[in-house]
Write a protein that binds this ligand. Structure first.
Ligand code: ATP
Ligand code: MG
Length: 363
């Protein structure tokens, strides 16, 4: 998948720009605060209709303006996103697409952003959110199953509360909800397990190529691990008193977590900043392989602020892993640490307060 060009009107600190991208590597260079992340954010918003940085869309509009427009050609289709007072509108080949869900994920992107370091450091909910976003891009059914699961959890929790108020309430209805929960929960569990297994077939080797360290593994932790339906029913039964006391369901895939281990050590407590960053980068690169297997085309790869905190050797090891047939965007403050050979077939965009200068080294 390739984005050939991008036109921005009133997006962040870009009043108006029109850019032509390389099919291979695009390097976006500029000092802090000049608009590098803004530029790749525009590509992300064109693909997913939402920013990865802010939840309020209006922040994306240039200073005091009222509308913004992002337009780009991706694999010979024209995509357009407009944000006006009336809301968000999207078009493909100039035709309005009424439901955002019919538009989202037509353009596939994989993004690394420094914020992603939270994936290792933060609470399990951050890791579950990442899994959910990534698996649902690959599997349309997954999101529906997840919504279904969350609905059943809500019903079960409110019934537990009702039961604790009314001591005579029937347990039959709770059993029905528990059975439904297990059924959908197992489906979600299987998809997460399969995804993590696939990540594990790639990630150790990628991490080794970047860091020269062996033994990276992603461990999936779930109440549903190796459990049959009968076994799970017993678990829920055991947890019944506790569940009723708190009006909450304590067992289920809504408590799942993933742990990044380097041999026996948990990288959350043990890993250096650079090791944690390289782990997430290896994860994103592993995802590309899974994407290709499923969709038979490569997503657009965006690596924001890739080089900070990494030494020269690791930077060039990562560049060495990037394939020429995957369109890649990298933002950075300087080119000093990049081997010259990687600069031979790329396009360089120099950003200065929302102004862009293009410099092509393309063969
Ligand atoms: N809606 C907006 N209108 C105008 N300017 C904006 C808007 N939103 C953000 N900016 C400006 O964009 C700049 C930040 O851009 P960006 O985050 O892309 O920087 P960067 O080049 O990635 O910097 P760093 O190297 O620090 O990551 C800030 O100077 C901010 O004032
Ligand atoms: Mg930035």
């Amino acid at each position: 998948m390739q984005i050939r060009d991008l036109k921005l009107v009133n997006f962040r600190n870009y009043k108006k720009v029109d850019l032509q991208f390389s099919k291979h590597l695009n390097l976006i260079i500029g000092k802090n605060g000049m608009g590098k992340t803004n530029l790749i954010e525009a590509i992300y918003v064109l693909a997913l209709t939402k920013s990865f940085r802010v939840s309020v869309d209006n922040i994306l509009i240039f200073n005091d303006e009222v509308n913004l427009k992002i337009e780009g050609n991706v694999d010979n289709k024209n995509y357009e996103l407009l944000l006006t007072k009336e809301g968000k509108k999207v078009k493909i080949n100039k035709t309005n697409i009424l439901r955002l869900s019919d538009y989202i994920s037509k353009i596939n992107v994989i993004l690394f952003n420094p914020n992603d370091l939270r994936i290792i450091k933060d609470t399990p909910s951050v890791r579950r959110k990442m899994l959910n976003i990534e698996i649902s891009q690959l599997n349309n059914l997954y999101l529906k199953q997840l919504q279904n699961y969350n609905r059943i959890i809500k019903q079960r929790n409110s019934y537990l509360k009702a039961m604790s108020i009314n001591g005579n309430a029937s347990k039959d209805y709770l059993d029905i909800l528990t059975n439904k929960l297990i059924e959908v929960g197992l489906e979600i569990y299987d998809k997460r397990r399969e995804f993590i297994e696939k990540i594990n077939t790639e990630i150790a080797n990628l991490f080794f190529k970047i860091t020269n360290l062996e033994g990276l593994k992603v461990c999936y932790e779930s109440d549903y691990q190796d459990m049959t339906k009968e076994g799970l029913l017993k678990l829920y039964k055991k947890s019944f008193d506790r569940d009723m006391m708190f009006g909450q369901t304590h067992i289920g895939i809504h408590h799942d977590d993933i742990v990044f281990k380097l041999n026996a050590a948990n990288l959350k407590d043990y890993g250096s900043e650079g090791q944690q960053k390289n782990t997430i980068i290896a994860w994103k690169l592993a995802e590309i392989a899974i994407f290709y297997e499923k969709k038979e085309s490569y997503p657009i790869l965006i690596l924001d602020d890739l080089f900070s905190e990494l030494d020269k050797e690791k930077i060039n090891n990562i560049l060495n892993l990037l394939r020429d047939d995957i369109q890649t965007f990298i933002t950075t403050t300087e080119l000093d640490n990049i081997d010259k050979k990687y600069l031979q077939n790329c396009k360089i965009f120099r950003i200065n307060e929302g102004q862009v200068e293009e410099d092509t080294n393309e063969k």
